[in-house]
Design a binder for this molecule. Structure first.
Ligand code: ZN
Length: 368
């Protein structure tokens, strides 16, 4: 294992944000650069990991293990890459992997595959075929590129150190990746399948397009005789029904409050006060406008988890019907909804079948 990993983190990232250095931006609870640092350490494939940066001070605060070396970068990407190769020469590496810090989402499995292919090849490059059609322009003429013969190259890219060093040191132009150097010098390059998730973060909205929120809802209604019982929009044969200004459907009310909680829009009483207008309203009629506005404002529900707390009726008997009904009301797939029945050991009002309660947790994502 005479492999060295180079993380290029010297970019100015002007397209990302005028005041934020991209590689230090917090993404999935870590700085973008640290995703690559940690995965390369955990892979156990490398003798040393070199971070190339123009923010040496930023890295001074970090407590990296000794395997990590920080060196100063150059003006362009290719300058930084060359600096790393010059720095590494003294270790006499067999292989060097060059990686852009702006790709934090590669898998350790991709590293393994690259390494495996490096036994028989001098350069291994992960690539994707484009799913979009590609056009290109020469002077004022537009041409179609055959996308089946075109590849989008990713990093990490791995090379025999000696060959890469030799071509890099004599290269006069600024190349956008090391594969270009190899290809321009007629070296054979092995393409392996890259990863869709291993996309390059260029713009802030590459990672800030969606935010996920959680909401919690709770409801309880008294059971009284001579009223129909509705749970999750389903009429259920029972000795009593739920008392309330509406039909008392605790499941749908808890879902509404969970949604409003997740999107920080107060509570069910704000939209459905105990006024004449809403007297005896069926709860699906309350849920529908809430759902309509939710989806209209680019939120989507990931999942719903429901605890129905009652001694009777038995949830298992009506689970499918209730989930079916909620699925229709919310436009969710059935496997996004979970319904649990919970008894209370015959304790208190719920245990004596005088009330039914429900709690709901919801996960909601806002997208653009
Ligand atoms: Zn209620």
């Amino acid at each position: 294992m005479n492999n060295y990993f180079v993380i290029l983190a010297a970019g100015k990232s002007k397209r990302f944000h005028k005041n934020i250095v991209k590689q230090f931006y917090k993404y999935k609870n870590k700085e973008i650069v640290d995703h690559s640092v940690e995965k390369s350490i955990q892979s156990n494939l490398f003798k040393k990991i070199i971070i190339v940066t123009n923010n040496l001070n930023h890295f001074k605060k970090k407590k990296y293990p000794k395997i990590i070396k920080i060196i100063k970068g150059g003006k362009e990407r290719s300058d930084s890459s060359l600096k790393a190769l010059k720095y590494l020469k003294k270790y006499n590496p067999k292989n060097v992997y060059i990686h852009d810090a702006a790709r934090p989402n590669f898998s350790k499995n991709l590293l393994k595959k690259i390494t495996k292919n490096l036994y028989k090849n001098k350069a291994v490059i992960p690539v994707l075929t484009s799913t979009d059609s590609i056009k290109y322009k020469i002077k004022n003429q537009i041409f179609n590129l055959n996308k089946n013969n075109s590849f989008l190259t990713q990093t990490p890219q791995a090379f025999r150190f000696k060959e890469l060093y030799n071509v890099a040191i004599k290269e006069k132009t600024k190349v956008s990746d090391e594969a270009t150097l190899f290809i321009n010098n007629d070296y054979k390059v092995k393409f392996i399948p890259g990863e869709n998730k291993n996309n390059k973060i260029t713009y802030l909205n590459d990672i800030e397009t969606s935010k996920t929120y959680f909401g919690i809802g709770f409801d309880i209604h008294k059971l009284i005789k001579n009223k129909k019982l509705f749970l999750g929009g389903v009429k259920i044969p029972f000795h009593s029904g739920l008392k309330g200004h509406s039909d008392g459907d605790v499941i749908l009310h808890a879902i509404i409050d969970a949604i409003l909680g997740a999107i920080r829009k107060k509570d069910i009483g704000t939209y459905f006060p105990n006024t004449k207008r809403f007297k005896n309203i069926r709860s699906p009629k309350m849920l529908k406008p809430i759902i309509y506005n939710l989806y209209k404002n680019n939120f989507s529900i990931n999942n719903l988890d429901i605890n129905l707390i009652c001694e009777q009726p038995k949830v298992s008997k009506y689970r499918d019907k209730i989930i079916n009904s909620i699925s229709k009301l919310t436009n969710l797939k059935k496997d996004q909804i979970n319904l649990k029945g919970k008894t209370v050991e015959k304790l208190g009002l719920i245990g004596k079948e005088k009330a039914i309660a429900c709690e709901v947790i919801i996960s909601i994502t806002k997208y653009d």
